[in-house]
Design a protein around this ligand. Sequence first.
Ligand SMILES: Cc1ncc(COP(=O)(O)O)c(C=O)c1O
Length: 382
Amino acid sequence: MKTVYLDNAATTPVREEVISEMITVLGSDFGNPSSTHSFGRKARSHIELARKQIASLIGASPNEIIFTSGGTEADNLIIKSSCESLGVKRIISSEIEHHAVLDTVLKMKSQGVEVCFVRILPDGSIDYEHLETLLEEGSSKKQLVTLMHVNNEIGNLLDVQRVGELCNKYQALFHSDTVQSVGHYKWDVSKVKIDFINAAAHKFHGPKGVGFAYMNKSCKLCPQIIGGGQEKGIRAGTEMTHNVVGMAKAFEIANAHLENEKQYVLALKKRFITGLTSKIEGVAFNGLSADSESSTYTLVNCRLPLTESKASMLLFHMDLKGIACSQGSACQSGSQKGSHVLSAVLTTEQKQYPSLRFSFSIFNTEEDIDYVLEVLSEFCNG
Ligand SMILES: Cc1ncc(COP(=O)(O)O)c(C=O)c1O
């Protein structure tokens, strides 16, 4: 049976070059990077080379990069330690952040930090004027703004430059969850007024279980995992050398081919949108995901005009036909809870219809897109 993987916002296939580099490290360079003998020094040199490569790809210094187990840990590290060691007393965020941010922010609230959410407009974009009002209202306190660059469900892009300027104006710290952005958009932290970003390698054809936090050198984080003092005392635990090397390789390749790959993936997205619109009457798009200027080129979130009984069969049917896509966010699949992002942006009427997220990568082809369009239109029109 034909299989088509259109769930790249959940995770991406690992590139061959990344796998082969990781296998070399796993096979020969197994030393503990903290050991002082030659085996340890070899592993340490891999870690520090990867740190330098990653730092230079985002315009940072190596000592501003902390390796973590992925995006979630980096979000936790940044938000919790901003409150613990950087004196943050008020957090401004949004209700459409990934749970790694949202739940961490709510945890901080339960510990006495003031939390407010910026207004979300019906198209899923943030109300920048409201953000400024909130910043002004809280300007007597140390504030942290945490807003994601690319929304993982509806694909909306944040104007990070604008938010950075606003945060600078009110002397607030600025974190952007860039897990869906790093490896897909060029980042230069020296050109944006931003204090923290973070990434997960598996979103850009690297391995799972590894990511990084960037912290501006003026904002030193404090550890949330304590023990052996690795990562300059900010994140304890023996470094996962093969994963870190794999992440650096995946990031290097992604950045080197970013423009070409972006054009390729964007063409697939446009083909998919055009096909959906012409084949399925009444199809609609959530957030700004059909607008190629204001949303990421990597995903589309569509709402289908189906009855309740048909809607209940939709994901199952796609899976039967070998198609992997996602209802809401994949991070929630398996849970019966609906998407908090769609709940925040859709009207009661719109929420009655099922939504699917399709996310693309360079490993997809036009044939994949056409196959999915055929299966979906047969299901919806049948
Ligand atoms: C925007 C965003 N932030 C954070 C995460 C969490 O990353 P990880 O699963 O690598 O911990 C995800 C994962 O889907 C994400 O999309």
